[in-house]
Structure formats: structure tokens, C-alpha cells
Write a new protein. Structure first.
Length: 475
């Protein structure tokens, strides 16, 4: 239509048993540059829609065989569904209300004018164009703002590959395993965002945070008065709220056995039942579960249902610890610095060499979550410019406060060599061992700078290996 930018050639289907109406509308709409098809009954119209999607359907209510109202829901199948405009020569309030309730966009009474038809077509196409643009913008926003798995290490590339694989199976259940703080929920969100369910909701719940009864009510919902304190209106469960999207069950290993059985039924039957209810509700969600426990071992100990485990572990994604992907620490650190710096409105340009070495040498038992918290701490302390060692939390070895100093009243060394050189060699080795080879912490404890410590490691040929003699430090 004139002055309307619409992707592709708009397609219209006219379903009416009156030849004069069909052909008159066909000529009018073709003149406006639309592709028009016609059908004489609802069944023929449904067949045409199954063969090719259309944008607008003009549907006569009074058709031979199945009437228009009974076929309306079938005509709205598709993604996105066609706009249905009802044509009727028997306009009643009841018919209009029923048609709108079943999804009709508009109702036009016969006889109608050309201007009325063109106005409805223009409004439908403009609305569809806006919806298409909105969907495109939402996809772009997701691409630009979605938190991706940051890293280039082989271990994280394996995770990224597995996410891409499972994303193409939008109904497959996924089990995400890994230590706390490795980013299991992030993996679940990436699976959701890259799948066909990305336009649906992503709903997360921590199975360890609620009692069994509360978790059941949250997952399945409840009927009015189902238990003491229940809302008089009842409540939808997360399975219903997440319909069309993804439900993330965090810490699934903490779920009680009785609730495990109910979850298994949902996975098997794809239905659930509200607490206190008697009717089954269809479930249309992808389940992604996570755990930091060994579920196989829990199955052997009869603490987790074996049948549920195999239902959950159709696809498994294991997230490595930060120590297993230590080469990603610089990239992650700069990513968090940029992200947190912008949130705080600070002009932080990067890390000094000493700060980055400290970050890379620390073992990060809390994984990526602990690293992010350390960078946030540094962003708060550092006024501007570059993050230095002194801005990092003390547990990383970046800001020693004397609490780790070794009391050196006496040092006993087993061996015949009691020279200063032997004493220093064993002391350096002992401190390196105690600090798990965190060079910054070890240098601070020894009271020397990092360069001097590196020289001593080289001179004494210590290397990163266990102590070769026993050094006993006594108070």
C-alpha cells in the first residue's frame, strides 16, 4: 500500500462463498499492490494457510459447512498468526464479542465500503510492521546486552560449542554441572537466548532456598485455600509462568525425594497439577537444571532418583573452574573492569602489570564470581586511571596488611648445610609453598619486591615444585 514500508509483498486471503464479494475485494486489494488469494469455504482456507503463510484473512461468518467462528482458531495458527477480519451480514453483539474473544482483529458488517476495507488493511499492516520491528529490536538488544561466556581457553570453547549444540533442540532437558561461582546460571541463560525459546520468559529458582512445601507451591502453583495462608485467588506456578520459555532449576541436588518424583512426572507427561488441584495443566517449557554436587554419586547413595537423573541429563554441560581456564583471567578482568567502571561512572583504563600478575597468580577458589567481586572492590578503591596491586583485596595478595607475616623467632632446618644461603633458600621455598606460589603475597611476607623474589627463585632453582627439605618455622 502507498506510503507503507512492509517487508515483502503483503499477502491477503479472502474466505467468502459470495463470488461478487471475493472478486470485488480481490480487484480492490490487488490494485493497492497486495497479493490476494481466495477460498469459497473455511476448509479450503485452512488448506491454503497450511501451504503458505498470509498476513490478513477476511473471513465470512456464514459459510457452507463449518462456519467461520468454529474455524477461527485454526486460521490463526502460524508464527506470527494472521490478522483475522470478520465479514458478516448478520452482525450481532454476541457474534462480535465471540469473534474478538477468539482472536479476531476486527469485524466488518456487510454491505461495506471500499474505504472501510482499505482502512482495516492499512491498520493491520501497520501493526504487523511495528510488531516485526519490535521483534527485530528485541533481538538486537539481546545480542548487544546478553551476558556471554567470556573467554578463549579450550575449556570454555568446549562449553560454548555444547551450548550451540543444545540450543538447536529447544525442548531438550539440560543438566549444567560445576563448582559454585563458575557461571552455571549464565550458561543456562545463554542456552535460552540462543534457542527458539528466546522470545519466551527465562525463569530461575534456587531449589535450596525454599522448604519442600514452599518449593512445590512455587513450581506448580496452588488452588484457592489449598493450605493455610494460601491466597484466596490461588497462584500460578513457575511452570505456567515460564510457558514458552525456559525454567532454570538451580541446585537441583537439594530437592527433596518426594518433590523429585513430582518433577519426574512433569518431565514424563509434560503436565503438572496445582497444589490442591485436580486438573492437569499442559507444560510447555524447557528445563535446565544445575548442581555443584555429583548426582551420580547421590544416585548410588539413594539420595537422588536415578530415573530423574537420566531425565535431566539428556544433555550435560560441565562448566570448568577458573583455575582450569586461568588463561581467561586477563580477558575476564578487563571485561568486568569495563562493565563495572561504566556502572560506577569511573574512567578506569586497565591494570598495571603487577596487578594483573597478582590476579593471574591467585587460585580463585570462588571462581568467576570471586574474580568479579575482586574487580568490583578494586573499582571502588581506585579513584581513576589504572588498577594497581594496592587496590586489590588483601586475600589476593595485592594489599598485604601484615596478617600473613611469619613470626621468625627461630627457624630449624633439617640438614647439614646451615649457611645463610641454605636458610634463605628454605625460607623462600616455605613461604612460596604456604602462599601457593602467589608471588605478590610471598614477596610481601618476605619483605622484598617481586623482582627480587623472582631472582631468588631462579638463583636457588626452586621452580614450581614441592619443597625438597623440611623447613620448620616456630613462634
Amino acid at each position: 500500500m502507498k506510503n507503507l514500508s512492509f517487508p515483502g509483498l503483503p499477502r491477503v486471503l479472502i474466505i467468502d462463498d459470495e463470488e461478487g464479494v471475493r472478486e470485488g475485494m480481490r480487484g480492490l486489494l490487488q490494485h493497492e499492490g497486495l497479493h490476494v488469494e481466495t477460498a469459497t469455504n473455511a476448509e479450503d482456507g485452512v488448506r491454503r494457510l497450511e501451504q503458505r503463510a498470509v498476513d490478513i484473512v477476511f473471513l465470512d461468518l456464514n459459510l457452507p459447512g463449518a462456519d467461520g467462528l468454529s474455524m477461527l482458531s485454526r486460521l490463526r495458527r502460524g508464527s506470527p498468526p494472521a490478522d483475522i477480519v470478520i465479514l458478516t451480514g448478520y452482525g450481532t453483539v454476541a457474534n462480535t464479542v465471540e469473534a474478538m474473544r477468539k482472536g479476531a482483529t476486527d469485524v466488518i458488517e456487510k454491505p461495506f465500503t471500499q474505504d472501510r476495507i482499505l482502512a482495516v488493511v492499512r491498520r493491520c499492516l501497520e501493526t504487523r510492521q511495528l510488531k516485526s520491528e519490535l521483534t527485530w529490536l528485541q533481538d538486537r538488544v539481546r545480542e548487544l546486552t546478553a551476558t556471554e561466556l567470556v573467554g578463549l581457553s579450550p575449556r570454555i570453547r568446549e562449553v560454548q560449542t555444547r551450548i550451540d549444540q543444545v540450543a538447536h533442540a529447544p525442548d531438550t532437558t539440560v543438566l549444567v554441572t560445576g563448582q559454585s561461582g563458575t557461571g552455571k546460571e549464565l550458561v543456562a541463560r545463554c542456552i535460552h537466548e540462543r534457542s527458539a525459546r528466546r522470545h519466551g520468559p527465562f525463569v530461575a529458582i534456587n531449589c535450596a532456598a525454599l522448604t519442600e512445601s514452599l518449593l512445590e507451591a512455587e513450581l506448580f502453583g496452588y488452588e484457592p485455600g489449598a493450605f493455610t495462608g494460601a491466597s484466596k485467588d490461588g497462584k500460578d506456578g513457575l511452570f505456567a509462568i515460564a510457558s514458552g520459555g525456559t525454567l532454570f532449576l538451580d541446585e537441583i541436588g537439594e530437592m527433596e525425594p518426594t518433590l523429585q518424583a513430582k518433577l519426574l512426572r512433569v518431565l514424563q507427561e509434560r503436565t503438572c497439577r496445582r497444589v490442591g488441584g485436580v486438573h492437569d495443566i499442559p507444560v510447555d517449557v524447557r528445563i535446565v537444571a544445575s548442581t555443584n554436587r555429583d548426582l551420580r554419586q547421590m544416585v548410588q547413595q539413594q539420595r537422588f532418583r536415578e530415573d530423574l537423573y537420566y531425565r535431566l541429563a539428556v544433555m550435560t554441560v560441565h562448566v570448568p573452574t577458573l583455575a582450569e581456564r586461568a588463561e581467561d583471567i586477563p580477558l575476564l578482568s578487563h571485561f568486568f573492569l569495563d562493565q563495572i567502571g561504566r556502572q560506577m561512572g569511573k574512567a578506569l583504563s586497565g591494570f598495571t602489570e603487577e596487578a594483573m600478575e597478582t590476579l593471574c597468580e591467585y587460585r580463585w577458589p570462588g571462581n568467576v564470581r570471586e574474580l568479579r567481586n575482586a574487580i568490583e572492590h578494586a573499582c571502588i578503591i581506585c579513584p581513576s586511571g589504572m588498577i594497581d596491586e594496592v587496590h586489590l583485596p588483601s586475600f589476593t595478595g595485592g594489599a598485604p596488611d601484615g596478617s600473613d607475616e611469619i613470626a621468625r623467632n627461630t627457624i630449624t632446618i633439617d640438614g647439614k648445610d646451615r649457611s645463610i644461603r641454605a636458610l634463605e633458600s628454605q625460607l623462600v621455598a616455605k613461604v612460596l609453598d604456604d602462599t601457593q606460589w602467589n608471588i605478590s603475597r610471598a614477596a610481601a611476607i618476605l619483605g622484598i619486591n617481586r623482582t627480587t623474589l623472582y631472582n631468588k627463585i631462579r638463583v636457588y632453582s626452586l621452580g614450581k615444585r614441592p619443597l625438597r627439605a623440611v623447613a620448620k618455622v616456630e613462634a
